[in-house]
Design a protein around this ligand. Structure first.
Ligand code: HEC
Ligand code: HEC
Length: 211
């Protein structure tokens, strides 16, 4: 009798745990997915309420006073974005971007909302497909959306920031490669983000800019 009980419980116990485990994970996943969508939805509301698109293009709508924000979560990390949204002028003196009155959780929601527009950049795949030279460089500049700030490759960019079409008249390729590697190391406090580019990506972008 005891033996029968022992064998059945051995067989049924794991199944019992597996069912609970699967059920519980599913439940938690649903909650997380819901939290994510509510966050994106409240991010959208805040972006509308504060009229961010009067200055920024998000999706395919908005102004050009500030950078296009579709790829902003690719070029800026979360902490930078939190600090920027909290008080832009502490990061860039004299910026036109206003300081907004955020409630707890608001900035996170706006960042989640902006992240929903971002497309990950697979530099290795671009280079594998287009080679290491100017063709890959042009594609990388588009993928990272350098034109959010710079005039380049026939895209308008912004008057405020250097025109990349003419960078070869001002800078040596060596300076430009070091710049792309780590802008802050060359000019502390610069607004140019570090894209954490690989050496191959930098090489490709350089051959495009100096073609
Ligand atoms: C009056 C215009 C204006 C409004 C409104 C505005 N911004 Fe900006 N924003 C700017 C400008 C201009 C910059 C670029 C910094 C500079 O050059 O001074 C910027 C930069 C940013 C950046 C960093 C961009 C990058 O590429 O690194 C983020 C993120 C951002 N804004 C988010 C927002 C959000 C979210 C809102 C709405 C809550 C908003 N902005 C409203 C003008 C504005
Ligand atoms: C959020 C805005 C922003 C984005 C996006 C951006 N840059 Fe910049 N970049 C700047 C600013 C601002 C400067 C000027 C630096 C300074 O004086 O502080 C600059 C300077 C440069 C320079 C030096 C130009 C010169 O003539 O001195 C190069 C080269 C450059 N950026 C390349 C790129 C490339 C390539 C990308 C995309 C991978 C890119 N940038 C994306 C803001 C940006």
């Amino acid at each position: 009798m005891q033996l029968i009980f022992f064998t059945t419980s051995l067989r049924t116990l794991p199944a019992f745990y597996i069912k609970w485990f699967v059920g519980l994970s599913f439940f938690l996943l649903t909650i997380c997915a819901q939290a994510e969508t509510t966050s994106v939805a409240s991010g959208l509301k805040l972006v509308q309420q504060f009229a961010c698109q009067s200055c920024h293009t998000i999706g395919d709508q908005g102004g050009i006073v500030g950078p296009n924000l579709n790829q902003v979560t690719i070029r800026r990390d979360k902490q930078w974005l939190m600090d920027w949204l909290k008080d832009p002028a502490t990061i860039k003196q004299g910026t036109l971007m206003p300081k907004f009155d955020w409630k707890p959780g608001d900035r996170e929601a706006v960042i989640d909302y902006l992240a929903s527009f971002a497309t990950q950049v697979d530099g290795d795949a671009i280079i594998a497909q287009k080679g290491k030279d100017e063709n890959a460089g042009k594609a990388l500049i588009q993928a990272y959306q350098c034109a959010a700030c710079h005039k380049v490759a026939g895209e308008p960019g912004r008057m405020l920031f250097p025109d990349l079409t003419t960078v070869k008249e001002r800078r040596t390729p060596e300076w430009e490669r070091n710049w792309l590697k780590d802008p802050q190391a060359i000019k502390p406090g610069t607004f140019m983000p570090n894209f954490h580019l690989s050496d191959d990506e930098i090489q490709a972008i350089t051959s495009y800019l100096y073609r």
